[in-house]
Design a protein around this ligand. Structure first.
Ligand SMILES: *Cc1c(COP(=O)(O)O)cnc(C)c1O
Length: 523
């Protein structure tokens, strides 16, 4: 049985006997943190500005009459609030982040240094082109790396995430079918069962109906099923390669041949490009459009760490429909083609107001140039080696979903090995938090029961992998030995206990309101 101390922090019996609960709820130097609105800083300000000389306001009746309702904190109070909050979260800068399908690799600090060069960080998208030649050249070079690595002739840089890239790719595909007079007949998109949720969501968003393609027992696209569903009403297929089971689609050439034969386009979800970068060019596989998550393969921060970027490479057939803007150069230097006329006459439109995530372009190109082509190839090889090491060292205790042969960059286990223990994948993941490890991706892909998808990436050393594997082995042994409470009640040691995720999703509380009887609002 676990018990709660007076401030609601968990203690285990073992802790009670060996370590008394603290009197304040703090743990070592880690203090509890309240909402900033619960601070007693109302009516205070951290800065002392002179009263502005105003000439009245143009806002008329819209002028604010009540206080703005923001808490006031001094600079050290504000600083401490946010630093303490950051200590409650996991980050790739703290430890391994084995979240499958997310490629949480180290973000080299060199990238950050480059992105902060004033010539990149202090420019504005509306500056005259003549004053941002360096930034445009950088975009041109990044485009060159991306088209070279993928073997594709064109790239649309502006999409701001993988899912946004999918939208870009499918809109280019729709534009191409419309230009060929096929817009009204090709209304279906085929998506394998193991696909990331964004794939069917994107297809539906663009107005297509989604048809599922079955999977074989060894975790690949069922080519016979695909062939039977291809036809004159199909606009595109969306296939992830390597797929979300961490496996290379062995029949990829046949898949693209069949797709093209049916007059459809091959959209490849390139989120897993890290496993093949520098080794396989998607253009050689017959891919027509593929997004590249710069924030996965090319190390720019993501998740809580910052915005992503999802450039889309396009085949010759789709290139004319790419969204504006893109960079061109001539004797007068570099410029952005912005309008859907002249060179951009067939562009399907644009995806964002300006040119996309400049900071991510700088980070990604910095990463590419510091690795070089040989280094990027090594990235793929090491990522795959690391995942296979994990698979090999855990397969005697846990059940690999596809035991046959090696995996690519992620090792996938199912929950078969937990049968009879009363412990679920979720329980196991929560116990990992207590042992100091961020859980792997759980219950995805959906085709694998109780899936545990582990992606170490190439940036983890053997020592770090061994530490992770040791913890996983200890937990697996504890699970098999019937130590159920360790899992059911976990996490015991995290700042928050197990949350009611369903309630949080169904009825989120997104607004703070002052407690009854408080005079905060009146201040
Ligand atoms: C991450 C991911 C996406 C979506 O990318 P975002 O940048 O998060 O929008 C799509 N497909 C797969 C397989 C992914 O892993």
């Amino acid at each position: 049985m676990s018990t709660m101390n007076t401030v609601g922090r968990p203690t285990t019996p073992n802790q009670v006997s060996s370590k008394p609960a603290t009197l304040t709820g703090a743990r070592g130097l880690l203090q509890d943190e309240h909402l900033i609105f619960e601070s007693d800083g109302w009516g205070k300000t951290g800065v002392d500005l002179p009263e502005p000389a105003t000439n009245g306001s143009d806002l008329g009746d819209l002028v604010r009459k009540d206080p703005i309702g923001l808490p006031g904190l001094s600079e050290p109070e504000a600083m401490r609030h946010y630093v303490r909050l950051s200590q409650k979260n996991h980050a790739i800068d703290l430890a391994i982040y084995p979240l499958g399908s997310c490629t949480m690799k180290h973000n080299p600090r060199l990238n950050e240094k480059m992105a902060r060069l004033p010539g990149f960080s202090d420019i504005h998208p509306l500056q005259p082109m003549s004053t941002v030649q360096g930034a445009l050249e950088l975009m041109d070079q990044l485009s060159h790396w991306l088209t070279t690595l993928t073997g594709m002739p064109a790239v649309a840089l502006s999409p701001k995430a993988g899912a946004h890239g999918e939208l870009c790719g499918l809109m280019a595909i729709r534009a191409a079918h419309e230009a060929a007079g096929q817009g009204d007949v090709r209304k279906k998109v085929l998506v394998p069962t193991s696909a990331h949720g964004t794939n069917p969501a994107t297809a539906a968003f663009v107005g297509y109906s989604v048809v599922e393609v079955a999977q074989t027992d060894d975790g690949r696209v069922d080519v016979a099923d695909l062939a039977s569903k291809l036809g004159p009403d199909v606009a595109a297929i969306m296939v992830t390669n390597p797929n979300t089971c961490g496996l290379f689609e062995r029949d990829i050439l046949e898949i693209s041949r069949l797709t093209h034969e049916a007059g459809a386009y091959f959209y490849c979800d390139g989120a897993n490009f890290n496993a093949i970068v520098g080794r396989v060019r998607p253009g050689d596989l017959g891919v027509d459009a593929m997004h590249i998550n710069l924030h996965k393969t090319f190390s720019t921060p993501h998740g809580g760490g910052g915005p992503g970027a999802g450039p889309v490479v396009l085949s010759a057939a789709l290139a004319p429909f790419a969204p504006a803007p893109w960079v061109v150069s001539d004797a007068n230097g570099y410029r952005l083609v912005e309008r859907e006329e002249d060179e951009a006459a067939q562009a399907f439109g644009r995806l964002c107001a300006f040119q996309g995530q400049m900071g991510m372009y700088v980070r990604a190109l910095s990463y590419m140039m510091s690795h070089g082509s040989d280094g990027l190839r090594q990235v793929a090889e090491d990522a795959v080696l690391n995942a296979n090491y994990i698979k090999a060292r855990l397969s005697d205790l846990m059940s690999p979903a596809f035991p046959e042969g090696p995996c690519m960059h992620e090792a996938l286990f199912d929950d078969e090995w937990l049968k009879g223990t009363d412990i679920t994948t979720l329980d196991f993941a929560k116990a990992m938090i207590d042992e100091g490890f961020h859980p792997m991706t759980m219950y995805f892909p959906l085709v694998v029961h109780g899936a545990m998808l582990i992606e170490p990436t190439e940036t983890e050393s053997k020592q770090e992998l061994d530490r992770f594997i040791e913890a996983m082995r200890l937990l697996a042994e504890a699970a098999k030995a019937g130590d159920v409470e360790r899992f059911k009640g976990a996490p015991f040691h995290a700042p928050m206990r197990r949350l009611d995720e369903t309630r949080a999703a169904r009825s989120p509380v997104l607004r703070w309101s002052a407690p009854e009887g408080s005079n905060i609002a009146a201040e």
